[in-house]
Design a protein. Structure first.
Length: 139
């Protein structure tokens, strides 16, 4: 397994094309640390705060997200997604959002061909990265 510093570098190197906005859904859920980071950012930047709570078990969420990517089900859009499909909290977005497009985990693979500098994170590395961000580590 690669170091956390290398995982962070790979995640932050993702060359996003901005085409995955439909994957931005409100039901992802965030850790307390991430929620605090988002709340503080919203207060400082005059952005309305919205509580993001996980409403179903993670495995069920992963299956629903896969189905949503295939157009089989719909989610409510993330409340931080602007009308022009941009993330209004991008600098403090949750680890799961950061990992999108830089991971080989099925629900996080970018279908638009966005690439990273280096091999994408394995499922295990993705879990390590998200846990690191969840617990207050630098994203």
């Amino acid at each position: 397994m690669r170091s956390i510093a290398e995982l962070i570098r790979i995640v932050n190197s993702t060359k996003c094309k901005g085409l995955c906005w439909y994957s931005c859904v409100e039901a992802l859920g965030v850790s307390k640390t991430e929620d605090d980071r988002i709340r503080e950012f919203c207060e400082k930047n005059g952005i309305p705060y919205h509580d993001l709570k996980l409403t179903m078990p993670a495995e069920a969420m992963a299956m629903k997200l896969l189905a949503a990517q295939q157009g089989a089900v719909e989610f409510e859009a993330c409340p931080f997604l602007s009308s022009d499909h941009r993330c209004t909290i991008h600098p403090v977005r949750p680890g799961i959002c950061r990992a999108y497009g830089s991971s080989l985990a099925p629900m996080l693979v970018c279908v638009h061909g966005c690439e990273t500098d280096g091999r994408p994170l394995s499922r295990q590395e993705t879990d390590v990265y998200i846990a690191h961000v969840d617990h207050g580590g630098d994203p």
